[in-house]
Write a protein that binds this ligand. Sequence first.
Ligand code: ATP
Ligand code: MN
Length: 141
Amino acid sequence: MKVNKILWPTDFSSNAEQALPYIKSLSQKYGAEIHVLYVIEDIAHHESWYGEFGKKRVEELMEWAPRIAKKRLNQICEKYMDDCPLHIKHISVGDPAQEILKLIEAEKSDMVIMASHGETGNFRFGSVTEVVSNDTGCLYL
Ligand code: ATP
Ligand code: MN
């Protein structure tokens, strides 16, 4: 099997970082590119939020989000990817699971390695991982 592209979706949580050892060792083994993806959740589409914050506030937040996301993604990559010359950063806006599935398709990723949990990290299996794993051939470690 040849693995050219590995996708690491991260919500910047410490749970997401649990995937790193697997990503790094497989990328080294196959000389594969690592695609790092952060998805900005598009809260502007949740109309119920308007009541709480107001439409203008939500729009302001969504305007700031890409700048903050870019900064945090750079920081994460500086911290963990400095020994991975083949890493590519992606940011998108939308529903995290759907954006992960779209990027797998667009990049023809050979493998997605992600933790079962993210920033919420409660007892329940993470909802993003659940949707992505239902839609891909998946191996639980
Ligand atoms: P919840 O279902 O309440 O969100 P959770 O935060 O513990 O629970 P998930 O959101 O499913 O669990 O997170 C699991 C993994 O999904 C993360 O470790 C990360 O790899 C990926 N993920 C989650 N959110 C994002 C995001 N916004 N961008 C990129 N990857 C994400
Ligand atoms: Mn989450």
